[in-house]
Design a protein around this ligand. Structure first.
Ligand SMILES: Nc1nc2c(c(=O)[nH]1)N[C@H]1C(S)=C(S)[C@@H](COP(=O)(O)O)O[C@H]1N2
Ligand SMILES: [Mo]
Length: 412
């Protein structure tokens, strides 16, 4: 399942219009209690009233911050605040779950029990959002296959829950009370039943993620780099989405392309693509994690080791860092020489034997296994050896230069 696009949120527009239409319609507004009453809920104890408003408000903020984290275009604009938005999203999500738990636990004391459909859909949806959210948040704790699946599901379940909350809002606003109607069936749960249901739902969510993750895992017995993807389409499957800080995806002519290696080197060189491809290739499989939560498991990269490339130019003893510049003219990132010499650090030119897709950094992108995706500069056309570190694009916003997985734990 690929990543849900916020474009689907347009589907809510007709629903919203319907709601406004109903509210504006005089006779309807007289017959049914208005929105204000709906929020006041005078028959409820004050704790529940507060929890109810909190759930509503925080759900809206969660949807908005979720879209901000996810949508690449917004991403670029919001980069300086992204860590804060991410932390807000996680903590508010946690608070949402706690508030929901309070509401559900205290509901047996209510005069009128909670409606079955609200109880089931809201608690199941929220639990699943919680489970998939924490799988995304603890990005190095869970198998990367889980992360990849959890990302798509987190989005889809959020949309589904949003859709239900709208329906719920309309039903309650217009006081749909017909007793005996399935929409008005009430829950009849004792507290113990309720808790065991909760535990099994959490178990079921984890189980689903695990199963879906296992199905996604390539067959280990067939081995080899070539086993996973041999067609262009399959190679692109590995990266369902692409991201660009500048909003521009440069299209690079492979014939005119030159990689220049300069700075503190014995002899600066410029290389054509075919010269680079003629060098001893390196093939690795590594998991790709973006700090904002999404992951691509087991990408089969082909490329040339950064160390072998630098050997061509001869790095001078006073050089301590390598800066990798993107042909987009803006994006840059930097590794210490020591980090650049680690096995698997490469300028990749392909995935599973196919050239990189244009949006995915064609013709060359840096790949640093074990570090977050922002180190993986796309469209690299210049490598410069320096004595001092160059501050990378994401590092300027406060992200660590030593971007080892797990090193970014905003909010904790
Ligand atoms: N030139 C350039 N390289 C870049 C970026 C960018 O915006 N511009 N984004 C980085 C980030 S934050 C990530 S997660 C990955 C995204 O890779 P993808 O677009 O292939 O999914 O590229 C990295 N390299
Ligand atoms: Mo990223």
């Amino acid at each position: 399942m690929s990543v849900p696009s916020p474009v689907y949120l347009w589907g809510l527009v007709p629903l919203g219009l319907l709601g406004i239409g109903l509210l504006a319609h005089k006779s309807l507004a007289v017959r049914w209690p208005a929105l204000g009453d709906w929020l006041r809920r005078r028959t409820w104890p004050w704790t529940l009233r507060i929890v109810h408003v909190f759930l509503l408000a925080s759900f809206i903020v969660l949807m908005l911050s979720g879209v901000a984290i996810y949508l690449p275009d917004l991403h670029a604009v919001l980069l300086p605040w992204l860590q804060t938005i991410y932390a807000l999203h996680v903590w508010l999500g946690t608070a949402f779950l706690v508030a929901l738990l309070i509401a559900l636990l205290s509901s047996p004391r209510l005069v009128r029990r909670v409606r079955l459909v609200d109880w089931t859909l809201v608690s199941a949806g929220s639990l699943f959002l919680g489970v998939s959210g924490y799988v995304l948040w603890f990005d190095t704790t869970f198998p990367v296959y889980w992360n990849a699946i959890a990302f798509g599901w987190h989005g889809w379940v959020a949309y589904a829950l949003l859709a239900w909350l709208l329906v719920h809002g309309f039903l309650r606003t217009f006081s749909f009370q017909r007793s005996g109607h399935p929409l008005n069936w009430r829950v009849d749960f004792t507290r113990r039943r309720f808790l065991s249901m909760g535990v099994s739902l959490v178990g079921a969510s984890f189980g689903l993620l695990g199963l879906a993750g296992m199905r996604r895992r390539p067959d280990p017995t067939s081995g080899g780099v070539d086993s996973m993807a041999t067609s262009d389409a399959a190679a692109q499957w590995a990266f369902p989405e692409h991201y660009s800080y500048t909003g521009i995806y440069p299209e690079i002519d492979p014939v005119g392309f030159r990689l220049s290696i300069g700075g503190l080197v014995e002899h600066p060189v410029t290389m054509r693509l075919e010269e680079i491809r003629a060098l001893d290739p390196v093939m690795i499989r590594s998991n790709f994690h973006c700090v904002t939560g999404w992951s691509v498991p087991d990408v089969p990269w082909d490329g040339i080791a950064v160390e072998a490339l630098m050997a061509h130019a001869g790095v001078l003893p006073q050089a301590r860092y390598l800066a990798f510049y993107s042909a987009d003219g803006v994006y840059v990132d930097c590794l210490s020489l020591q980090q650049a010499r680690v096995r698997g650090v490469m300028l990749a030119y392909g995935i599973a034997g196919e050239p990189l897709p244009g949006r995915g950094g064609f013709p060359l992108r840096l790949v640093v296994p074990g570090m977050y995706g922002y180190k993986s500069v796309k469209w690299v056309d210049r490598v410069v050896a320096t004595a001092e570190p160059v501050t990378g694009t994401w590092e300027r916003q406060g992200y660590p230069a030593d971007a080892y997985l797990g090193s970014v734990k905003t909010g904790f």
